[in-house]
Design a protein around this ligand. Structure first.
Ligand code: MAN
Length: 349
């Protein structure tokens, strides 16, 4: 398998022990899947911080957000009504819960490798009834003079796409859920095409269809329509079970280049790429057969949920693409790619 990622030798660049929990009684289980942007001359990550109560023997406890604040639910590990085979999600008395509660936190850096928490910037927490199980995996897209934050809103109602916007990272405008359940992995294009906003997103269709990447259009970046399915899973390949967009597509002379994740039935997550027409991104021109990055380092193979490389943030500087990614759902890592080299791996249709 072709793995053309040049991983940072310093990986993982952030691990749960590097940041303090958001409150007493919680511990950070995972730091993962950062959105990435530049602001005030620095490189910033908007990291997903997944927390849970310190676990006691024989008991599984997990936090949810209520109007009154965080509530901790606890269930005996051997309760016959509990199914806890997936470290990420449990089912208790027929209802699904997440084992961790995620918020989003800012860190910044001068060199893109050593990050610290700046003073005076708020944590982004889930708010309201559609975010009681937290907010996750935020893509940050700079359009005009505004940062668009598209993230996964999770609650007992389902998993959908939330939007907040900001210009200063201190004041945020909430636009609510812009794409309803089941949907995640929403990445906006950084520029309008023929006057319209475009986004990639990933609905999950239960009976017919599957976990495919769709394209949508919008007059204002808030109201989305004209949805079209553009990338499907491929049987017997590394992306046979689910696919989802990474960060904003990269504009190249050949087309819009998108880095995406694919997973197989064994929940092994790898990265690949596809190319969309510059004028009409609903036309997919090419796609990589093999992944361009697969889990292979110890920190990618072993962690909260092993055998995962997942990205929703990158920086582009000429031919150099710096991808920040979540490894094993527990660590934040970085890797560099050459855009030309990724383009050379595409198979045209
Ligand atoms: C999946 C995983 C989890 C995530 C939930 C809700 O189970 O991606 O990490 O918390 O979906 O989005």
């Amino acid at each position: 398998m072709d793995d053309i990622a040049r991983r940072f030798p310093q990986n993982p660049i952030l691990a749960p022990l590097h940041l303090p929990p958001s409150r007493v009684g919680l511990e950070i289980a995972c730091l993962l899947n950062p959105g990435v942007f530049t602001f005030k001359g620095k490189i910033w990550l908007l990291i997903r911080v997944a927390e849970r109560p310190k676990q006691s023997p024989g008991i599984i406890s997990f936090p949810i957000l209520t109007q009154a604040g965080i509530e901790i639910l606890a269930v005996a590990e051997n309760d016959p009504q509990l199914n806890a085979t997936d470290p990420r999600v449990i089912n208790y008395k027929g209802a699904d819960y997440l084992t961790t509660l995620s918020h989003l936190r800012l860190v910044c850096s001068d060199d893109g490798i050593h990050f610290y928490e700046p003073e005076g910037y708020p944590f982004l927490q889930g708010e309201g009834k559609d975010e009681t199980f937290g907010i996750e995996d935020c893509r940050v897209t700079f359009i005009g003079n505004t940062y668009y934050l598209t993230y996964t809103s999770v609650s007992a109602h389902g998993v959908g796409v939330g939007l907040r916007t900001t210009t200063d990272w201190k004041n945020f405008q909430h636009h609510g859920m812009i794409i309803p359940p089941h949907n995640k992995d929403c990445a906006l294009f950084e520029e309008r095409i023929n006057g319209k906003f475009y986004a990639l997103h990933r609905p999950s269709s239960v009976a017919l269809g599957g976990n495919y990447i769709w394209l949508a259009e919008s007059p204002d970046g808030i109201h989305w329509g004209k949805h079209q399915c553009i990338i499907k899973t491929r049987a017997n390949l590394w992306d046979s079970a689910r696919v989802g967009a990474g960060a904003a597509p990269i504009k190249t002379a050949a087309g819009w280049l998108e880095i995406y994740h694919g997973a197989n039935e064994k929940h092994q997550y790898a990265l690949g790429a596809f190319l969309m027409d510059l004028q009409d991104p609903s036309t997919v021109l090419a796609r990589t057969e093999a992944p361009i990055m697969v889990p292979r380092e110890d920190y990618e193979l072993h962690g909260f949920f092993g055998e995962v490389v997942f990205t929703n943030g990158h920086l582009i500087n000429g031919d150099e693409l710096t991808v920040y990614y979540g490894a094993a759902d527990e660590f934040v890592c970085g890797a560099k790619f050459s855009v030309e080299e990724i383009l050379s791996k595409l198979t045209y249709f």
